[in-house]
Design a protein around this ligand. Structure first.
Ligand code: DPX
Ligand code: MG
Length: 577
């Protein structure tokens, strides 16, 4: 296992120790090329690996049986949704325990020791359990190969008593990392069809989707854009996959809450090539906006849909590269760009607020924007931080991370930790809301431990503001914390994390100055803003999402025939129509 993790290029793996994995951890420690990084809990450990995979391409984490692994599963599901190859390794009962009728701690208290493997199958593309030392090299390779091919997580279970057993040495890594090749006939046909559509189009557009990076298409997409010469928009989770300073860049496409001028271009285009998109309820703003299917060349990771025909076994990277070669510049393709430039007002810089007035969201964003340089990775958590992030300008080289498909609040703190471990030379900036932070806050202590100079903007708006906009109630209020004060707790006597609270623009500017200069640990800046001070995109996007409104209750399927009257929880009688 250690040799393979090393050979696939990992420099670290993330760990929470437990008595089902201790011998395995000893074995992994023997390979000094792959360092062990410790986490506070297994959910965070999984998310740290997820964040590491974003920066490094792949990641591994090691946990103990059931009590550990079941927590890590949530993060593994995130890696599935976000298409990241994360390898989850769990210790497991000794191979003789079942036959010996041994009931074991950390389990359900039954003799079923298979449930964890069965559960893992639903959230991985390959789940294996080693049951004999000689099977280990084969099964480990099988899982790792699947993770790289599918860009999805995998699960490997290793019993305690086999963790130190001898097995045959692994050979050279051979084809472990190879991606499958497209079917050449299908690929050529798909490229022909797409070329014909693009050639005919008067107002073509390119749209970058979240799967573009996972499936290795970022460079080919840029080549294609330059070959076609048309406008290029990005979906929110693909922000940063096409340079924002590029002359063809037109902004973030998110239906009615897109960046200025962008949705009109995408929706009026006569051909849209969408590379690795995910159109879900969030990204279509509650199914209100999506480029017309009949006009979309839809490029999935392993197939392409063009003009009503699906070309299977055509891989995204191969397709984009081949199409870039084939596409000729259409002189009219610049039309949309020209229009876009005409519609753009001189983008005025947001005005600087009165520096002694209570801090506002707009002033906070204005100052965060100044921190983002070409070496920055901006990581944004689910919440209004998403929209704050979409609005930030990324200079060339800056990167952007978001977990918009899975949307697990609390993801960002451990994922930022993992990302920072993988990319120690980048400036890592996190924007996270108070509610999200409360889920996984303790992982900040690991940033302190490893002296990672992450800058955390903790947006304290005293609640779940995104939920307030979707559907409000008392459940959206949360207990306030002394967020800035928590840094002293995490630093204790052997760390150097710093915490500041900013209630005005002046305090924020002073805190940012300290944070940028602080190199021996993280800095958390608690930005206190009003509970209702949110982006205007959130105000429009939130109410657009489908929820259980009275109207939806009425369109529920017919009640069962024996139902005469149903009582709603609020006491009002509801009669079937
Ligand atoms: C929830 C969300 O404070 O950000 O900007 O105030 O909204 P904002 P916060 O971090 O609050 C986040 C909160 C409760 N979503 O508004 S987005 C539901 C939810 C989720 N993930 C998990 N549990 C609940 N997305 C794990
Ligand atoms: Mg909040």
């Amino acid at each position: 296992m250690a040799t393979r993790l090393d050979q696939i290029g990992l420099k670290h793996h993330f760990v929470v120790a437990g008595d089902y994995n201790l011998v395995l951890l000893d074995q992994l420690l023997l390979n000094e090329n792959v360092k062990q990084v410790y986490c506070c809990n297994e959910l965070n450990c999984g998310f740290a690996a997820e964040g590491y995979a974003r920066a490094h391409g792949a990641a591994a984490c090691v946990v103990t049986y059931t009590v550990g692994a079941l927590s890590a599963f949530n993060a593994l599901a995130s890696a599935y949704a976000e298409s990241l190859p994360v390898i989850l390794i769990s210790g497991s009962p000794n191979t003789n325990d079942l036959g010996a009728y041994h009931l074991l701690h950390h389990t359900l208290g039954t003799l079923n020791f298979r449930y964890q493997l069965e559960m893992a199958r639903h959230i991985t593309c390959e789940a294996v359990a080693v049951t004999h030392p000689e099977e280990a090299p084969y099964l480990i390779d099988k899982a790792i190969r699947a993770a790289f091919r599918n860009r999805k997580p995998v699960y490997i279970e290793i019993p305690c008593n086999l963790s130190g057993a001898l097995c045959s040495a692994p050979g050279p890594r051979a084809s472990l990392l190879d991606l499958p090749e497209s079917d050449p006939v299908s690929l050529a046909a798909a490229v022909d069809a797409a070329t014909a559509v693009l050639r005919k189009a008067v107002r073509p557009m390119l749209l970058a989707g979240p799967r573009l990076r996972s499936y290795g298409g970022v460079e080919a997409f840029r080549d294609l854009a330059e070959a076609v010469g048309c406008g290029v928009a990005v979906m929110p989770s693909a922000k940063g996959f096409f340079p924002e300073e590029h002359e063809q860049y037109v902004g973030v496409y998110l239906g009615s809450v897109s960046s200025p001028g962008c949705s009109a271009l995408v929706e009026s285009a006569d051909a849209v090539l969408a590379a690795g998109p995910i159109f879900n309820d969030y990204t279509t703003v509650g199914w209100t906006s999506q480029p017309a299917v009949s006009k979309t060349i839809h490029v999935d990771p392993d197939r392409v849909h063009v003009a009503g025909v699906t070309y299977n076994d055509v891989f995204l990277n191969d397709f984009l590269a081949a199409l870039a070669e084939a596409a000729k510049k259409n002189p009219r393709n610049g039309t949309t760009l020209l229009e876009f430039r005409r519609t753009q007002l001189e983008s005025a810089l947001p005005p600087t607020a009165d520096q002694d007035a209570p801090l506002t969201r707009a002033e906070m964003c204005r100052q965060v924007q100044d921190v983002i340089d070409p070496n920055t990775t901006l990581i944004v958590e689910t919440g209004d931080s998403w929209f704050n992030g979409f609005n930030m300008a990324l200079p060339d080289g800056a990167r952007f991370e978001i977990e918009m498909q899975y949307g697990h609040i609390g993801w960002s703190v451990p994922a930022t930790f993992g990302y920072a471990v993988a990319a120690p030379d980048r400036r890592i900036v996190l924007m996270v809301g108070d509610g999200s932070f409360q889920l996984t806050a303790q992982e900040v202590c690991q940033m302190v431990r490893l002296k990672l100079p992450v800058i955390i903007f903790l947006v304290n708006n005293r609640g779940y503001t995104i939920e307030v906009e979707i559907h409000d109630g008392p459940y959206n209020n949360i207990k306030n914390w002394d967020y800035a004060g928590i840094m002293a707790v995490f630093s204790s006597s052997d760390g150097d994390g710093r915490g500041f609270r900013a209630t005005t623009g002046k305090e924020l500017a002073a805190a940012i100055q300290e944070a940028v200069a602080h190199e021996t640990g993280p800095t958390l800046i608690e930005c206190t803003i009003d509970r209702d001070d949110c982006t205007k995109q959130l105000m429009e996007w939130g109410p657009g999402l489908p929820q259980l409104t009275d109207e939806l209750l009425r369109v529920l399927s017919c009640p069962a025939p024996w139902t005469v009257q149903q009582i709603r929880l609020d006491g009002a009688a509801w009669r079937p129509r």
